[in-house]
Design a protein around this ligand. Structure first.
Ligand SMILES: CC(C)(COP(=O)(O)OP(=O)(O)OC[C@H]1O[C@@H](n2cnc3c(N)ncnc32)[C@H](O)[C@@H]1OP(=O)(O)O)[C@@H](O)C(=O)NCCC(=O)NCCS
Length: 157
């Protein structure tokens, strides 16, 4: 499935010209969307950022902070209209390949306890649940827990 998508999807480094599309996708998909200033900061800091392109259009993105061999998946989103057709798994796979290529050894992430789609994706990919952060996220009512997941990354080929 992931390999079959290689002919229709492509990955590119996130640049300033993608920011408006990325912010739009984020605003449509997240309960508490990141402000555009946070995306701009990701362009400056020690991040590995990618966009998923379909027919030259930005349809998703992944943002990873990276340092000292450890990476942190800060955000991964597929355009709401395009979810559920394997693009999220494809983007996660390509992001992990890119991290392995710069010698990252493990990838951490937090995910809302209610986010069944993302949890299914991470668990089926092989991420291990290594912790719980109580009341980590703002929720529609009160706060919501985060699960912490980690994946040991493959050695670069
Ligand atoms: C999480 C996200 C990136 C997944 O992208 P996607 O393109 O919809 O995912 P895929 O189509 O590749 O599906 C990945 C897996 O999740 C499963 N899945 C998708 N939606 C699901 C749902 N609502 N409940 C349970 N599983 C679901 C799919 O069945 C698939 O598993 P499979 O390959 O074993 O069949 C996407 O849902 C998204 O952008 N969500 C909003 C932002 C977000 O929550 N990001 C994660 C932050 S931690």
């Amino acid at each position: 499935m992931t390999a079959a998508l290689d002919s229709v999807l492509s990955l590119a480094p996130l640049t300033a010209e993608h920011l408006s599309a990325v912010v739009e996708i984020e605003q449509a998909s997240a309960f508490v969307p990141w402000p555009s200033s946070l995306f701009e900061q990701c362009l400056r800091d020690n991040y590995l950022n990618h966009v998923l392109l379909h027919q030259q259009q930005v349809q998703g993105f992944s943002l990873c902070s990276f340092g000292a061999g450890e990476a942190h998946l800060q955000n991964i989103v597929v355009n709401q209209n395009q979810q559920g057709q394997g693009w999220g798994r494809w983007l996660l796979n390509k992001t992990i390949e890119a991290l392995a290529a710069v010698d990252a050894q493990r990838l951490f992430l937090e995910v809302r306890a209610s986010n069944q789609a993302a949890i299914h994706l991470y668990q089926s990919y092989g991420f291990e649940n290594v912790g719980l952060r109580r009341d980590y996220y703002q929720a529609p009512v009160g706060r919501e827990d985060a699960y912490v997941y980690v994946l040991e990354l493959p050695k670069p080929r």
